[in-house]
Design a protein around this ligand. Structure first.
Ligand code: MG
Length: 304
């Protein structure tokens, strides 16, 4: 099996997913903690969060790195909806927002059953327009990535925001810390990371898989994969259904059965990743203080 400082091949199929002469490029190195990367294909740039610095950044091959939004309220996860609007989780304001084409910001969710959310962490959009997000407590545990505060919710949940009514419903609540999430290419599965092991000795460090029923409810929730270094955070799915998951030592790639195919090692702990570039075959990796990129022989789902 191939094993280099960059790649760790656990299954022969992983070799086919690698561009062996590709290198890991460091695109930016001045974050305190990079998170929430989202590729905006129509604009040709990447947006991500630098959580403790309270800013959203953007990078393009033409312009390099610039500040996209200087006051981000400790923003974390980002994605885009079907209209191309930026959807953002904010720790500082404990809410999920949408940035409208004119730049104004609409609050989509900030409470559940009359009590404030914990600190929305990561977000995905279903083809029906529903917004699904996780609500762990990381943004209220310290003043470093939000504002220290008490939990008002009894559970740390996954929520679904209905596109028609705007109603928020809890779709799963049995996590220590629900974190990254991703739909399978056909949206019949939802993967959810539980990163509870970050602060709890012997806490979970796994990804669970749920069946999405009628686009509205979750069933199942078995452990799909254990992360053997650090905890899982953000993740993305490619067009063949493989799951690319953040971990302490890089990006781990799993097949649809949960078999670890291999790893792309990173010099720093990875918090999140996304596919981008004109062919969506370039991984952008948010890893602590840096944004890295590397080409792979896989294609990210358009709305991964
Ligand atoms: Mg996260």
């Amino acid at each position: 099996m191939l094993s280099t400082t960059l790649y760790e091949v656990r299954d022969a199929r992983f070799r086919e997913l690698l561009i062996l002469n590709a290198k890991l490029d460091e695109l930016f190195s001045d974050c305190l903690w990079a998170e929430g990367p989202v590729w905006c294909g129509d604009w040709g740039h990447l947006i991500w969060s630098d959580i403790p610095n309270q800013r959203l950044m953007r990078w393009s091959p033409q312009s390099g790195t610039e500040t996209f939004r200087p006051s981000s309220n400790f923003a974390n996860g980002n994605t885009r909806d079907r209209q191309g609007r930026l959807i953002t989780c904010e720790h500082g304001t404990r809410r999920v927002t949408r940035t409208e084409p004119d730049g104004s910001i609409t609050v989509l969710a900030d409470s559940y059953q009359g009590r404030r959310l914990n600190s929305p962490n990561d977000v995905v959009v279903h083809p029906d327009g529903a917004i699904w997000f996780t609500d762990p407590t990381y943004g209220i545990m310290t003043d470093y990535e939000g504002y220290k505060a008490e939990e008002e919710q009894e559970r740390r949940r996954v929520y679904r925001l209905d596109p028609e009514s705007g109603a928020l419903s809890a779709v799963a609540d049995d996590f220590v810390q629900p974190n990254g999430l991703a739909f399978s290419p056909d949206h019949t599965r939802l993967y959810v990371a539980d990163s509870g092991g970050s602060h709890l000795e012997n806490g979970p460090h796994h990804v669970r898989v749920f069946t999405v029923e009628e686009g509205k409810r979750l069933a199942g929730g078995a452990v799909f994969a254990q992360i053997d270094c650090g905890v899982p955070d953000g993740m993305r799915v490619d067009t063949d259904g493989r799951l690319w998951c953040s971990a302490g030592d890089g990006v781990h790639c799993f097949d649809e059965e949960g078999t670890l195919l291999g790893k792309i090692h990173s010099p720093q702990t990875v918090a999140n990743l996304t596919f981008g570039g004109p062919r969506r075959n370039r991984l952008f990796i948010a890893a602590t203080t840096s944004i890295y990129s590397i080409y792979v022989n896989a294609t990210g789902c358009e709305w991964g």
